[in-house]
Design a protein around this ligand. Sequence first.
Ligand SMILES: [Zn+2]
Length: 338
Amino acid sequence: MKTGRLLLALTVASGCAATRLVAQPFQLPTANRALFEKGGEERFFVGTVGKPWTSGCFGCVRSDGWQMHEGLDIRCLQRDKRGEPTDPVMATADGTVAYINAKPSLSNFGIYIILRHSVDGLEIYSTYAHLREIRSDLRVGQAVKAGETIAIMGHTANTHEGISKERAHVHFELNLFINDRFPAWYKKMFPGQRNDHGAWNGQNLVGFDPRQVLLEEHSLGAKFNLLQVIRSQTELCRVVVRTTNFPWLKRYAALVRSNPKAEKEGVAGYEIALNFNALAFELVPRAASEIKGKAKFQLLSVNEAEQQRNPCRRLVTKRGARWELTSRGLNALELLTY
Ligand SMILES: [Zn+2]
C-alpha cells in the first residue's frame, strides 16, 4: 500500500516518470481516487442539482433513465480562497492532443480538451470538459504522457443554467471516433445549422463507460484488456447495413469478425451488433446470399431486457408486436456508414 501511495505522489509530482512503472493504460484524470474506495462514490461523483451521485455516472442516469450522460462527473478536491476549483486535470493515458476548445461560449462542455490514444490496438479518445483553464503551452498534435497535467478543473459551460462553483467537476469521457466525414454528414443532415467543432462535435464520438474501464483495470491489473471490454458490451440490437466501405471498419478493424463465406463470395454488407449507446462493437461481413431484405438498414433482433434497462438513446421502438429502428437509430447508422 505504501508503495502505491508513493507511486501516486510521484506520478502527480513528476508527470510521466513514475507512471512508466505501472502497466495499466488508463489513470484517473484527477487526484480524486475515491472511485477505488469502498463506499467512495459520494466523494467521487457529482450528481446533478438535487439528485444522487448516480446521476454523475455514465449511462441512462438522468431524467428517470431517459437521458444519457456520456461520461463521469468527477468531484473537486481543492479550491482557492474564492471557492473556485484548483484540481489539476491529468491525461488519462499516453497520447496526443486531438482538439482544444478554448471558448466556453461555443459548447455546453465549456472549455474542453480531447486527447487521442492507442490502447490495445484501438484508437481511443478521452474528453475533459468544463475546464477552468488549459495549460498554456498545450497545442493540437502535442504528445502528452499519462498523468501529465493538461488543465485545471472548472465549471465552464454555455448552458442557460450553467454549473455552479459548488458543483465544479471534470466531465470525463472515453470515446471511439465515428466518422472522419462528420462535417459533410452534418451539413447534409442539418442544413444551415452551425457546427463549431468540425469532426470533434460530440455526436461524432461514441462514449463507453470509464468507470467500468477504471474499475476493471484496477482489479485485473496487467490482465486488463480494453479490446475485451469493448467486445463484451451488452448487445442492444443487431442490424444489417448494405454498405461495405466506411471508416469504422478500418479504424476498428479489431472489432470485425471473419466470415469465410463473405470473403469467398464478396462482401455485400455488414451485420453489426450495437450496444445501447449505438457503439458498433462487433461487425461481421456478409455475402449477398446471406442478406435477405433490400433495405439499406435492417433490424435483425432486439435484446428487450437491455432496451428496458437502458432505453435513453431511443434507437429502437416497438410498434405493435414488431421492433423497428427509430429515426435516431437510423441516424446513428447513417453516420456510422456515411
Ligand atoms: Zn457530465
